[in-house]
Design a protein around this ligand. Structure first.
Ligand code: ATP
Ligand code: LTN
Length: 354
């Protein structure tokens, strides 16, 4: 794979005209959860290890669609960078940076605000969930969140986007924006992206309610495992996780209608790097009183080195800043020609000559 994404576009074969390039983002809006790790970070590392060209972004502009205290935002941005690095992202093989350091994201988002339709954004379930009952009081940014996300991806002509299940609708919108832009301007410019939503943990559920996503913004800390939780806290949260009174079934079909049990089995599978089928075979017939300590031990074994490494990295914020700065420069070098060409397609006059 090379580091250019200039399409050799032919009208007939768009997919083949673009090289594989992976892009994904995470918001620095609080601590990382086990959901973020299994649904996103762990997958990001796997793609890096497979040798794909990988670009990972800390989406600070997305974070401010809801209020963020400035000092906390700065700290969370560095802590999230530490989370990426501690999980195995190698800043020499992947590009790691924070979104606001590459101005093209906001610039392309504006163009996409003029491509996307109000009706499309009105259907976004994340907006409805996050805005809650009082929509009049939601920020305009929260409504336009998906156009900025489309810009993140298309600014690099990314072709593959690993995310958790909850982001599927936003990726469909990204495809719609690319298609409409190409159609409106009569070009074959933006690729139609492929969502990469794979593995046993695309939707890790809350430990308190197996029908709700594990979320960093859930008011109950007992609902989630944070990457920074210590061993005792992880064990206590798993011990107290909601379950049902039945022992674990022999087959995956037996988890039907048992969302909490299914969630714990899926988490076990993802942490152990096995399939849910293999996981259920290992734990079939066990009571939760036996399975939960097994799961807790595995979770501590997998997460403790990550949280230890995060703490070490946080002791040297200057090094984190250096890595993000270097990543931003490399990202910008890919983004700028794509943005310039996009402005040209749209008809923006460029006369500064610099
Ligand atoms: P919030 O829960 O506050 O909305 P979030 O953690 O969903 O925040 P992000 O930080 O932007 O939002 O998510 C980063 C990545 O983690 C995305 O790819 C998202 O799909 C994934 N992710 C988040 N929660 C889960 C989960 N419970 N299970 C699997 N993947 C998840
Ligand atoms: N909306 C995503 C975060 C995000 C993202 C992206 C993910 C912002 N831009 C581009 C993939 C590609 C979320 O998880 N809440």
């Amino acid at each position: 794979m090379t580091d250019t994404a200039q399409p050799t576009a032919t009208k007939t074969d768009t997919a083949a005209a673009f090289k594989t390039r992976v892009f994904s983002g995470i918001q620095p809006s609080g601590g990382l959860t086990l959901g973020n790790y299994l649904g996103a970070l762990k997958r990001f590392v796997e793609l890096q290890e497979r040798g794909a060209e990988t670009i990972y972004c800390i989406v600070d502009l997305h974070a401010i669609t809801v209020w963020q205290d400035p000092a906390a935002l700065r700290r969370n941005t560095r802590e999230l960078a530490a989370g990426f690095l501690a999980s195995g992202i190698d800043p020499t093989r992947s590009i790691l940076f924070n979104q606001s350091q590459v101005p093209g994201h906001a610039q392309l988002a504006w163009i996409f605000n003029c491509v996307a339709r109000m009706g499309w954004l009105n259907r976004m379930t994340q907006f409805k969930d996050k805005a809650g009952k009082n929509r009049e009081n939601a920020s305009v940014g929260l409504f336009a969140y998906p156009t900025l996300m489309a810009a993140d991806i298309l600014l690099y002509h990314a072709t593959h986007v690993p995310v958790g299940e909850d982001q599927k609708q936003h990726l469909e919108l990204t495809r719609d924006i690319a298609i409409k832009f190409n159609h409106d301007y009569g070009v074959d410019w933006f690729p139609v992206v492929e969502p990469v939503i794979e593995g046993p943990a695309t939707r890790v559920m809350s430990l308190r309610d197996g029908t709700k996503k594990m979320s960093k913004s859930d008011p109950s800390d007992m609902s989630r495992i944070n990457l920074t939780d210590d061993a005792d806290t992880i064990a206590r949260k798993i011990r107290k996780a909601r379950t049902d009174p039945e022992p674990l079934p022999e087959t995956l079909e037996g988890l039907e209608g048992r969302p909490e049990a299914r969630n714990l089995v899926n988490i076990f599978a993802a942490l152990a790097d096995i399939t849910p089928e293999q996981a259920i075979r290992q734990v079939a017939g066990k009571q939760f009183s036996e399975f939960k300590p097994m799961l807790a031990e595995l979770a501590v074994e997998r997460l403790a080195p990550i949280s230890r490494r995060m703490a070490e990295l946080m002791e040297d914020p200057a090094e984190i800043d250096r890595i993000l700065g270097d990543g931003a420069r490399r990202a910008d070098a890919i983004a700028t020609p794509i943005l310039e060409k996009t402005y040209d397609i749209v008809g923006m006059l460029r006369t500064r000559g610099d």
